[in-house]
Ligand binder design. Structure first.
Ligand SMILES: [Zn+2]
Length: 120
């Protein structure tokens, strides 16, 4: 993938990561109003590595945060946008809709069919 496009996805993922983190933080600290008490972005980044914090946030958010950070790792490793199952490139439109995905659309469909067959 072109460097320019990778940058686009990197920014997108980082933004999403910060948003999620802010949301999760709100849940954990019970803050519902105002931004004035928010820690600055540097503090937020340190929260990310705070294990207690990660354990206290909701499961869904935790999973998504970890998906996003592994997507960012794949960008750094030059593996972003490559299907884990077949090694083909994942379509750009699919990545835009779901940048954390690791399967191309046909592998995803196959996987879903398997899960369905197993009754999962
Ligand atoms: Zn595939």
């Amino acid at each position: 993938m072109e460097e320019k496009k990778l940058e686009y996805f990197r920014e997108m993922l980082k933004e999403r990561f910060q948003e999620l983190l802010a949301e999760a933080e709100k849940t954990v600290t019970g803050m519902t109003t105002g931004n004035e008490n928010y820690p600055d972005p540097t503090d937020r980044a340190s929260l990310e590595s705070d294990r207690n914090f990660m354990l206290r946030i909701r499961d869904r958010e935790r999973k998504l945060l970890s998906k996003i950070s592994s997507a960012l790792e794949r960008i750094d490793a030059g593996e972003f946008g490559i299907c884990e199952m077949c090694g083909d490139e994942i379509g750009e439109e699919r990545l835009k809709a779901r940048p954390v995905t690791t399967y191309c659309i046909s592998c995803k469909k196959k996987q879903e069919a398997v899960e369905k067959a197993r009754g999962l």
